[in-house]
Design a protein around this ligand. Structure first.
Ligand SMILES: CC(C)(COP(=O)(O)OP(=O)(O)OC[C@H]1O[C@@H](n2cnc3c(N)ncnc32)[C@H](O)[C@@H]1OP(=O)(O)O)[C@@H](O)C(=O)NCCC(=O)NCCS
Length: 288
């Protein structure tokens, strides 16, 4: 079993108190009501959301307020939020028990405890320590890597800058967890330049991508390469952010380059992330 994230949280209110509850959750907290499917709407209650989470408010016959179990909301400015509650007549119970974490509790109209926590100090924002080891690809690993991409993307080939590469021939680094590949970076060197031909992490936001790129950078320097370059397709905004945060700079735009790539690898999809048409290649570089 692997739990990915929390999908939504449900809190309870007394049956028939939806109007009062909306005054608190929509008017005071500023959450937006989203449509509840008709089949469920009959049961009462309502659904709320903002750009980051969903909160379901369920109506309960024998309602008892949750005084221990609670939702914790991250807020942009804790002091302002506190003042806001105080001016609206709510009691605020501050909690200083944890050094470096500013937070307080407020009880909703029905006595449910809610926590408010300063953005950047939230428990979900604290980085989870994740232990892994980056290894260099050896001859014995290349077949496994090539099989990995065949299973994941339906092909053991990758196209970059108009060239078709086979994972069986590419050098690079990998990370494994329980003997399964979870991150791979492949490079090739040509004319004194290193190209990061492919970078893929199965488990994201745990530092694996950064660790792999750092190893590739180390190798480029060791091989006296003038620069390290990486190609990102126009749909891949996450990768553009990722490379720039690592110090890479945009150095070229190859318009309609993906059309040419498709002639070499027909499996390249027409659309990518967020259904954006995949058409162009953006070249990022790190100069040494
Ligand atoms: C782009 C990609 C390689 C990034 O890999 P990644 O392993 O998620 O990258 P990292 O974990 O090193 O960094 C990503 C973020 O996680 C954060 N992070 C790292 N370790 C963390 C941890 N233990 N807990 C919480 N966050 C963590 C980093 O600070 C970074 O945050 P930021 O975006 O706010 O700067 C990955 O998303 C991927 O495989 N994408 C699909 C293929 C692709 O696009 N490849 C690149 C183009 S070819």
């Amino acid at each position: 079993m692997k739990i990915l994230n929390i999908d939504h949280i449900q809190i309870a209110i007394p049956k028939g108190s939806e109007i009062e509850a909306k005054k608190f959750y929509c008017e005071i907290l500023g959450l937006k009501e989203i449509p509840k499917p008709e089949i469920l709407a009959k049961r009462g209650g309502f659904w709320l959301a903002n750009e980051n989470f969903c909160l379901h408010v369920g109506a309960e016959e024998n309602f008892k307020p949750s005084t221990k179990m609670h939702v914790a909301f991250l807020v942009q400015n804790l002091e302002e939020t506190k003042e806001d509650f105080l001016t609206k007549g709510f009691q605020v119970k501050e909690d200083f028990s944890l050094q470096g974490v500013k937070r307080f509790y407020v009880y909703d109209t029905f006595g449910n405890r809610l926590e408010f926590i300063q953005n950047t100090q939230g428990f979900s924002q604290q980085k989870v320590e994740f232990q892994f080891r980056v290894e260099e690809i050896g001859e014995k690993d290349k077949t496994e890597i090539s099989e990995f991409f065949k299973n994941a993307w339906g092909s053991d080939k990758v196209v970059s800058r108009g060239k078709l590469h086979s994972y069986k021939n590419l050098e690079g680094f990998f990370v494994k967890e329980n003997r399964k590949l979870i991150g791979i970076a492949n490079y090739q060197i040509e004319n004194g330049e290193m190209e990061l031909v492919s970078l893929y992490c199965l488990i994201k936001k745990r530092g694996i991508g950064t660790a792999l790129v750092e190893k590739v950078i180390g190798k480029a320097k060791q091989k006296n390469c003038k620069r390290l370059l990486a190609i990102v397709t126009n749909d891949n905004l996450k990768a553009m952010r990722f490379y720039q945060k690592l110090g890479f700079e945009i150095c070229a735009l190859h318009k309609n380059a993906v059309e040419e790539s498709r002639k070499l690898k027909s499996k390249i999809p027409l659309t990518g992330a967020d259904k954006i048409l995949i058409k162009h290649e953006i070249e990022f570089e790190l100069k040494f």
